[in-house]
Design a protein around this ligand. Structure first.
Ligand code: ADP
Length: 441
């Protein structure tokens, strides 16, 4: 970009310098030519007056001033000529300035002579005796003018070239420096765009940077949480194992300890499973196979799978409604419904219910999972979809929760263009609704 700007600036410098030179010469030349004609007219009038008084002596006066003098009779015969032999000269009646002088008293012309760089200016006046007196002088033509100005123009060109190169280089540097500075440290932060045209560009950079920082922060937080979550069950497993090792767990106690170890191990396995699933969703490695999926059919399968667990908790399950066909990944959708139903069971009370309902309306398929459980206080609404966020940590852990269930739900819903909404009342129950775009086969 720098090179391009530099080249353009140089070109602009050059073209304007060239145009200026040409225009200047033309303007000067036109003024110069006007002056030559005016001077010649004045001098011709003077010499004519002198001639009328002093006769041929006036000619030597004119020649002294470097004029060529010609005296022509009214029939065109050359009577006197200062530079050439008058006798050998042809009739001059055909010359425009002579004809004009004979007709109007004064005539002018200019003709290019020997070389094209010199032009001869003629001015003729009719005298009292009817003859015509003509004065001529040479002056440079435009071309001659250019030729004469060639060396200074060339010198000026070199000067302009160097100056333009210098100015172009400084200007380019100045123009590009803020952009380079912006790109160099990669930290847009609070920096302002150096030019108004760059505002959208800087905004985009800032947005990108903020997103990057945010995702780095989330990753870091996630790693810290994961480490912590893994450490807790491992510490207790290690503790129970140590007691068994030291012979402190005979008979019934031994069995209790083994049971606790098994529970913690299962928690670890669930946790690891959830982490793997989330990181797969994050990295986009498992984009899934999108096919037409019936939400009702999937919900029924989930309900069937979780019935045993629900029975243990004395919670009854149901799945009802319309077919609700969407475009989705079967496994992911099944996981989403399972996580919601699983929460409905775990945060419930004996005798409670979890109902899954599927409904189609306005090009949307709505999945509703409602329970009659403990509910979620409003203050936590915003955060329960965050990773490892729990309203009641001990209850979650006690019931085998990982704190990742709803984060997975949110991720899957988003990847299926689903919109989540939450309704809940403490002590009464919770309804989570996800509306997907309908898919017609
Ligand atoms: P967890 O594994 O702890 O259940 P989730 O991400 O599934 O993690 O849920 C986050 C938190 O939201 C839970 O710890 C719980 O406090 C609350 N929660 C989720 N679903 C329900 C529900 N149906 N009823 C009451 N509280 C819920």
């Amino acid at each position: 970009m720098k090179q391009k700007i530099k080249r353009r600036l140089l070109a602009i410098g050059w073209v304007s310098a060239g145009l200026t030179a040409i225009l200047t010469v033309l303007v000067f030349y036109s003024a110069f030519e006007k002056q030559v004609r005016a001077d010649l007219r004045r001098d011709t009038a003077l010499i004519c007056a002198l001639y009328e008084e002093t006769g041929e002596a006036a000619f030597s006066e004119a020649v002294k001033e470097n004029f060529r003098v010609t005296l022509i009779s009214s029939d065109g015969t050359v009577l006197f000529e200062s530079d050439l032999d008058a006798g050998e000269m042809e009739n001059h009646l055909s010359r425009p300035e002579i004809r004009e002088a004979l007709a109007n008293g004064e005539g002018e012309d200019n003709r290019i002579s020997e070389s094209i760089s010199v032009s001869t200016y003629y001015c003729a006046r009719r005298l009292g005796d009817g003859n015509v007196l003509r004065l001529a002088c040479s002056a440079k033509t435009v071309f001659g003018f250019f030729l004469g100005a060639m060396i200074p123009v060339a010198l000026m060109g070199v000067f302009v070239f160097l100056l333009a190169a210098l100015v172009a280089s400084i200007l380019t540097q100045k123009l590009v420096a803020p952009i380079e500075a912006l790109a160099k440290d990669g930290n847009v932060g609070e920096k302002k765009a150096p030019y108004p045209e760059l505002v959208p560009f800087v905004e985009a950079l800032r947005f990108q940077q903020e997103e990057k920082e945010e995702s780095a922060r989330i990753r870091q937080e996630f790693t810290a949480n994961v480490t912590h979550e893994l450490k807790t069950p491992l510490t207790s497993i290690s503790g129970y194992a140590e007691m068994i090792e030291n012979g402190m767990a005979e008979g019934e106690t031994g069995r209790t300890f083994a049971g606790k170890i098994r529970k913690e191990t299962r928690r670890l396995l669930t946790l690891i499973g959830d982490i793997i699933q989330l990181s797969e969703l994050d990295s986009g490695t498992s984009k899934g196979t999108f096919v037409s999926v019936s939400l009702l059919e999937t919900a029924r399968a989930v309900v069937e799978r979780l019935t045993f667990f629900a029975d243990q908790k004395e919670v009854s399950l149901s799945a009802s409604g319309e077919e609700g066909v969407i475009l989705g990944d079967r496994e992911m959708i099944s996981e989403l419904i399972a996580n919601l139903v699983d929460n409905g069971i775990r945060y419930n009370r004996p005798g409670g219910r979890v109902d899954v309902n599927v409904l189609s309306k306005n090009e949307k398929v709505v999945l509703k999972v409602s329970d009659t459980g403990i509910g979620i206080p409003k203050a936590h609404f915003d955060r329960i979809f965050e990773r490892f966020y729990r309203v009641d940590k001990s209850r979650s852990k006690e019931s085998g929760g990982t704190g990742l269930g709803l984060a997975i739900v949110k991720h899957i819903a988003l990847s299926h263009n689903g919109e989540i909404s939450l309704e809940s009342e403490e002590g009464k129950g919770t309804t989570i609704t996800i509306s997907f775009p309908a898919y017609s086969r």
